[in-house]
Design a protein around this ligand. Structure first.
Ligand SMILES: O=C(O)c1cc(=O)[nH]c(=O)n1[C@@H]1O[C@H](COP(=O)(O)O)[C@@H](O)[C@H]1O
Length: 281
């Protein structure tokens, strides 16, 4: 039984209060260099702390990209733990971008790592890959419900290679991406004000009107900024589902560091552009 407020409700509240922007914490080696930092654990720590301190009072969600921390082994993961805890303590939601996916019994251990309240890496939500079959995610769905956490399931990804898997057509005539969206809609049935099981749908994908994006859950939209999409593209891509879209920008904001004022100004510019793209009323 859930003893915590569900992620979907907490996210809706944060989006309404702060706007829906998600800022990615992606400490690329090239960004560390541009910031005048060494490509080492101290640089990683400084980079992540700067982003959190600059933005944690204004963005709804941070999305640390685990890969850039894992690159440094256990000391990098320790920085990731501190980053997650500092961001949450400062009032932002944390979506851990680790894109985990495995057979169910192993998935249960990934879920313990990121979605158990007592884990050092506990996050408000986790990105997961359903490409071992949606059902293999069941242990993560169950633990997320118990912890009041959420999942973001890769449905239609922003990268050009994603189509060979996600647009593959099944025997029932639906493609794989649409099938994932249907699973998520079922997961979120009846949840108010928003379900906790989101889809990842790239902002780069153009018109998606052939998909039913009405999953009663959040739609994480990466691809804004460095991958070429803009906030002005969002209405065309998401149509009526735009109210549930959480656009992610990583490099588009991060390249303005290390100055905290410049990071804030960039995040606010993206947030304003997103607000302008949302329907009024
Ligand atoms: O799950 C994701 O966040 C994700 C899914 C997807 O389809 N495309 C995608 O770019 N991402 C992630 O979103 C971030 C995009 O970073 P920028 O291109 O720098 O804004 C990276 O951390 C990617 O791993």
């Amino acid at each position: 039984m859930t003893s915590y407020e569900p992620f979907g409700a907490r996210l809706r509240h944060a989006m309404d209060e702060r706007g829906p922007l998600c800022v990615g914490i992606d400490p690329h080696a090239s960004l560390l260099g541009e910031w005048g930092l060494n490509d080492d654990v101290a640089g990683l720590e400084r980079f992540s702390r700067t982003v959190v301190e600059a933005l944690s009072d204004r963005v709804a969600v941070f999305k640390p990209q685990s890969a850039f921390f894992e690159r440094f082994g256990s000391r990098g993961v320790a920085v990731l733990e501190k980053t997650v805890q500092a961001a949450r303590a400062a009032g932002a939601l944390v979506l851990m971008d680790a894109k985990r996916g495995d057979i169910g019994s192993t998935m249960a251990a990934y879920a313990e790592a990121f979605l158990h309240k007592d884990s050092p890496l506990f996050s408000d939500a986790l990105t997961v890959s359903p490409y071992l079959g949606y059902g293999s995610l069941a242990p993560a769905v169950a633990l997320a419900r118990e912890s009041g956490a959420g999942l973001f399931v890769l449905a239609l990804t922003s990268n050009p290679e994603g189509g060979e898997v996600q647009h593959a057509v099944r025997a029932d005539g639906r493609d794989v991406g649409a099938t994932m969206l249907a699973h998520l809609a079922a997961e979120n049935t009846g949840e108010q004000p928003l379900g906790s099981f989101g889809a990842v749908v790239g902002a780069t994908l153009g018109d998606l009107s052939s998909y039913d994006l009405d999953i009663n859950g959040p739609l994480l939209a990466p691809g804004v900024g460095a991958q070429g999409a803009t906030p002005a593209d969002l209405p065309r891509v998401f149509g009526k589902a735009i109210r549930n879209v959480v656009p992610n920008v990583s490099r588009g904001v991060l390249r303005h560091g290390p100055d905290a004022g410049a990071l804030r100004a960039s995040a606010e510019r993206f947030a304003d552009e997103v607000r302008a793209a949302l329907p009024t009323g």
